[in-house]
Ligand binder design. Sequence first.
Ligand code: SF4
Ligand code: SF4
Length: 185
Amino acid sequence: MKLDEHLEEISIKLAKRVDTKSCFACGTCVAACPVSRLIGSDNYHPRRVVKATLEGEATRLLEEPALWFCTSCHACLEHCPQKVPVSELIQDLQNLASSLGITPDDIVSEVENILTSGWALAPSEQANKTREKLGLQPIPIDERSSNDLQTIAKVTELLKRLDTIKQRKLKEAETQNAIEEEGEA
Ligand code: SF4
Ligand code: SF4
């Protein structure tokens, strides 16, 4: 199956998750969304995800960095009078994007930090320097959690997915280099 056909099939499957009559475009999901409130609804608008899904065009959102602004707080779902699974649709799209290797660098490095340190918020070099100045020990790597997480990442194929993302970025960089070399020639 070609990628376009695969994406179309997924778009149809996503649309089936929402009853077309259920969303009456009230905008409550946007009003409830902390990200929309923080950065403005022009920059982040969960209702548009629902609209695109209902129109069978959700996959066009895959390349949009805003897809990753969602914090998965589920406030949209909780406040929606129709219980439209807005946040779950966004997670489906994030999942689809990452399976195709489309994931922002900061998300990838956060995941890698968690896997290697065992901490949800990995201790930064700066934090450890500050601790040293205060006469405190550096925050230790949580080896046991890290090992467990590495095993989970392997079994759930997260490591494979991280590899797909890296391969895609490598290809993009190679294409960019080739374009630049051609321009200089
Ligand atoms: S998804 Fe729910 S809250 Fe959002 S516009 Fe539709 S009905 Fe309103
Ligand atoms: S789950 Fe995402 S889209 Fe929904 S309210 Fe939270 S940040 Fe906004």
